[in-house]
Design a protein around this ligand. Structure first.
Ligand SMILES: [Zn+2]
Length: 262
């Protein structure tokens, strides 16, 4: 058992009103509760303990969690579905990000799922991570538009993360392309920065994009092409969602297979 899961020291997360409202709407539509658990610190609800502890005993899951600030763990037990938003407190302290900003993002994914806009089916094996990233490219555009509509202030924490990432890239020795998974993740990140933030909307935006492009010029070309394709054509509508997923899947494949390469 993961010892850090056993502490119970702090008050429950206080959500700003727009997030509380969004969470309640998703819970009502999807017929299940969303639990927010900060690790370490928050008590794990009794009904989730067995499943969650078993996951944290798996090295791959524990390693994945250690690298992330927040993730949503969704599982079905008998008739019930449970969604647990897990926040990694040590990582959050590193980035100075607020729980609210991270929770808003996770709620966005849950909101899309509650409306029937499911992420691509996870394929076990090496292609599994590709599905996560091409799904994120489309989901992030939709969930950010909804966050804006609800007046949720998500940009400051991303600007801080991107600024810090840009700084460390600037000072890092030249990095290689990375494996397929990493390249797909970088492509998704390029889309996030370009579609989530207007040109020059924060100081480090252009430098960050050019440092990313230097690492993988092919990815930059594909990101720009994909954004043009999706522009104005992606909305909360099944056929446009499926079409957009198909476009982002093809974009990732082009990147990995190098069909755009000169
Ligand atoms: Zn996401």
């Amino acid at each position: 058992m993961w010892p850090a899961l056993l502490f119970a020291l702090q008050l429950p997360v206080a959500l700003p009103a727009p997030l509380e409202e969004w969470k309640a709407e998703i819970e009502a539509r999807a017929f299940h509760r969303i639990e927010i658990i900060r690790i370490p610190g928050d008590p794990v609800p009794e009904e989730d303990q067995e499943v969650l502890f078993s996951y944290f005993n798996r090295p791959d899951f524990a390693a994945q969690f250690a690298r992330t600030q927040a993730l949503t763990f969704r599982y079905v037990k008998g008739e019930r579905t449970r969604s647990l938003i897990l926040l990694n407190l040590p990582m959050m302290q590193n980035t100075q990000n607020s729980a609210a900003a991270l929770i808003a993002h996770e709620l966005g994914h849950l909101w899309l799922a509650s409306l029937g806009f499911s992420p691509p089916v996870y394929e076990p094996g090496p292609r599994g991570c590709l599905a996560i990233h091409y799904g994120d490219m489309v989901q992030h555009i939709l969930l950010r538009a909804e966050s804006d509509r609800r007046g949720i202030l998500w940009r400051p924490s991303y600007e801080r993360d991107y600024t810090a990432a840009s700084e460390s890239l600037r000072n890092a020795p030249q990095q290689g392309l990375g494996d397929d998974c990493f390249r797909a993740q970088r492509l998704s990140l390029m889309l996030d920065v370009r579609t989530g933030f207007e040109t020059k909307s924060f100081g480090a935006r252009e430098e960050y994009l050019s440092l990313l492009a230097k690492q993988d010029p092919e990815a930059e070309a594909i990101a720009i092409e994909l954004i043009e394709k999706l522009d104005g054509r992606l909305g909360l509508e099944k056929t446009s969602y499926e079409w957009a997923l198909e476009q982002s899947r093809a974009a990732v494949n082009r990147l990995i297979e190098g069909r755009n390469a000169p």
